[in-house]
Design a protein around this ligand. Structure first.
Ligand code: 6R9
Length: 654
């Protein structure tokens, strides 16, 4: 377990954390979730979820709740039928909420759009009709590669409406990453844009699609939103402008209800091996899980709250808490296109002020960046509308938690640290703001209806204050239904380490109150700015460069990004010393191959890598080097002088 503690926060510093923040009285009094909720859920979790499913509008009400007879393949609400887009849109309009704002969109250059539920419904119907015209049928997969603009959400919901599972590929990923995903799930239609705005500039997206499609002959149509109006090459017979095709469609579309287990989307995520995994989610259970947790964790009051998830739609957080959860609950949300420091470092706080944001949900890496920029920046804006703050994506260090609460929440707002994964689909561990006495750095306890444990190597529950592995020992409605095209890998990855329970890949510990503290990944997955990156995937990319013989990648702790990518490479002998620019060349190669977020912070050229006798690279030692620490135990190395060599090497190259 040394690795579990090493990747996250030190156990000692956590145990010393004694600050406590009880819920503000007003919030506790009207809280959506109380102790009684936990008791009811614990008494009968299946009945609890059956009740939560009633938040949705079903064409055919389910009579079955959970079928776990073919574990670990779950079926939830299997005989129920529903349409996800209807649940997010039309039903609110039918209930008289058509004029409620669904999205306040803020573009990076300052352009804005206010979209009501009635307008969003009409736009989604038009896009659904357009997809039908392109020949998309229920069950066909559609890739979405878009900037953060309303059409991204419209595209997702249009797919959901016609039962075509979408796979959203983060716009920061490379053409190669896009091609791999298109090929893996057999996409025939891609929705994209000419470009988006980032850091004050129009940044093109369409050329990456063109490049990807050279490898994907099965793709027959590309639907292109005009956002930046930059020069864009269009391939005759394949590419069509959104405004040409979608805008002329009728604003009504008769939806069909699908089985609860109909696939809703596929989201690729890094695992501990090179190949990204296509995590797939289905309709009824997922929507139940995200609608419930969005309401419970954020103590949502949809009539009055203005909710802002400051995450990209290309990640699961954007799926569950920017699109499906908030819209299922009839929430008013903010969607922001750009970076936090464009045109100035106070942009987020201006957005909060302008729209009266009441709940802000973002990643610790953003909070640490704001800390670095200084508290005087948020102090200039009026943040008095905020009543609740959320954190997601990586462990939040106590200092960042307290700074967030103090300088953004002005000591009035609870902070909810939500632990979950692409695979879990919904929040799994989080304080419930009306009952929890917040502890900086702790994700606290499982949300109502969810059951987690911390176990040792043998799968036995650990005693208080000991570190172990986080497992989930009961199925939950928004759980992944598998890995697209590779169900054996699903069983092997998640259900084999500890038989019968779901292994999350995270280290955790329980404190004396039974509260859970997350300690970071225990596998070869790094967490860079809240994004999951696989060490193996980056190693493979480096090794694919003709000058590289061998590579080892580690996540070194980084003050801002949580972890940073540090690579050690051995060059091929024919490459000589690689030339003066070899490091730059390799960094660019990885960025091109996977995406800019995968570009290593540092690459060190070495002659040897530390390996165990069984040939496993000892990343722990490399992490020591990357973090400038004294070396840990080197006795399992084949050759213990290797580390001296590496350190000698670095002394001469740095
Ligand atoms: C939602 C999301 C999942 C991994 C997960 C864990 C880390 C997420 C966390 C957290 C500590 C939290 N993680 N939330 N660690 N505290 N509140 O981030 O999904 O991209 O799949 O990443 O992120 O290591 O296993 P995903």
């Amino acid at each position: 377990m040394a690795d579990a503690a090493g990747q996250g926060q030190g156990l000692e510093s956590l145990s010393a954390e004694e600050r406590r923040f009880p819920p503000p009285p007003g919030l506790a009094e009207h809280a959506n979730v109380t102790e009684a909720t936990f008791e009811a859920a614990a008494a009968d979790d299946v009945a609890f979820w059956a009740e939560q499913a009633r938040r949705l509008s079903w064409e055919t009400e389910p009579t079955q709740t959970l079928d776990w007879s073919d574990a670990p393949f779950a079926r939830w609400f299997a005989d129920g039928r529903l349409n996800a887009a209807y649940n997010c849109l039309d039903r609110h309009v039918e209930a008289g909420l058509g004029e409620r704002v669904a999205f306040h969109f803020e573009g990076e250059p300052g352009d804005t759009r206010t979209i009501t539920y009635a307008e969003l419904t009409a736009q989604v119907c038009q896009a659904a009709n357009a997809l039908v015209e392109l020949g998309v049928k229920a069950g066909d997969r559609v890739a979405i590669y878009m900037p953060m603009i309303p059409e991204a959400a419209v595209a997702m919901l249009a797919c959901a409406r016609i039962g075509a599972p979408h796979t959203v590929v983060f716009g920061g990923f490379s053409s190669d990453a896009l091609a791999t995903r298109i090929l893996d799930c057999g996409v025939e239609v891609v929705i994209t844009a000419d470009g988006g705005y980032r850091k004050g500039k129009a940044s093109a997206l369409k050329p990456a699609v063109d490049e990807a499609l050279e490898r994907c002959p099965e793709v027959r149509s590309v639907l292109v939103v005009r956002r930046t109006e930059q020069e864009t090459a269009m391939t005759e017979g394949r590419d069509v402008w959104w405004h040409d095709l979608v805008d002329r469609q009728p604003t009504e579309h008769a939806y069909e209800a699908f089985e609860a287990e109909h696939p809703l989307y596929i989201m690729y995520t890094s695992g501990s091996t090179g190949q990204p995994k296509g995590i797939f989610h289905t309709t009824g259970g997922y929507l139940t899980g995200v609608a419930y947790t969005h309401w419970a964790t954020f103590d949502l009051k949809p009539e009055t709250d203005v909710f802002w998830t400051a995450a990209d739609i290309g990640w699961v957080t954007g799926h569950s808490y920017l699109v499906y959860g908030p819209l299922a609950n009839g929430t008013t949300s903010v969607m922001y296109e750009g970076t936090p420091d464009t045109p100035h470092q106070g942009r987020w706080w201006d957005v909060v002020d302008k729209y009266g944001v009441t709940i802000l949900y973002c990643a610790p890496t953003a909070i640490r960046t704001f800390m670095k920029w200084g508290a005087e920046i948020p102090a200039k804006a009026d943040l008095s509308s905020l009543r609740l703050l959320g954190s997601v994506g990586e462990p939040i260090n106590p200092e960042a938690y307290v700074w967030y609460r103090e300088h953004i929440g002005h000591d009035r707002t609870p902070v909810v640290d939500t632990w979950w994964q692409t695979e879990t689909g919904m929040h799994m561990i989080s304080p419930m703001p009306g009952v929890a006495e917040g502890k900086p750095g702790a994700a606290m306890r499982a949300v109502p209806g969810v059951s987690v444990k911390v176990v040792n190597d043998e799968g036995q529950p650990v005693s208080d204050d000991a570190a172990g592995y986080l497992v989930i020992d009961r199925p939950w409605p928004a759980m992944l239904r598998g890995i697209w095209g590779d169900q054996q890998r699903y069983v092997d990855t998640y259900w084999s380490r500890f038989p019968g329970v779901y292994f999350a890949g995270d280290g955790a510990k329980l404190d004396a109150d039974g509260d859970i503290w997350l300690l970071g990944r225990v596998d070869d997955v790094m967490n860079v700015s809240g994004h999951r990156m696989s060490t193996t995937e980056i190693e493979s990319s480096l090794v694919s460069h003709p000058k590289v013989a061998e590579a080892a990648v580690v996540g070194a702790s980084d003050e801002t990004t949580g972890q940073a990518i540090v690579a050690f490479v051995i060059l091929r002998s024919e490459a000589g010393d690689g030339g003066p620019d070899v490091v730059d060349e390799l960094r660019r190669h990885v960025a091109k191959d996977i995406g800019a977020i995968a570009r290593p912070r540092q690459i060190m050229v070495v002659d040897e890598l530390p390996k165990t006798r069984s040939g496993k690279i000892m990343r722990r030692l490399l992490r020591d080097v990357a973090e400038n620490r004294e070396l840990g135990d080197v006795t399992t190395l084949t050759d213990s002088t290797v580390m001296d060599l590496i350190k000698g090497n670095l002394a001469t190259t740095s």
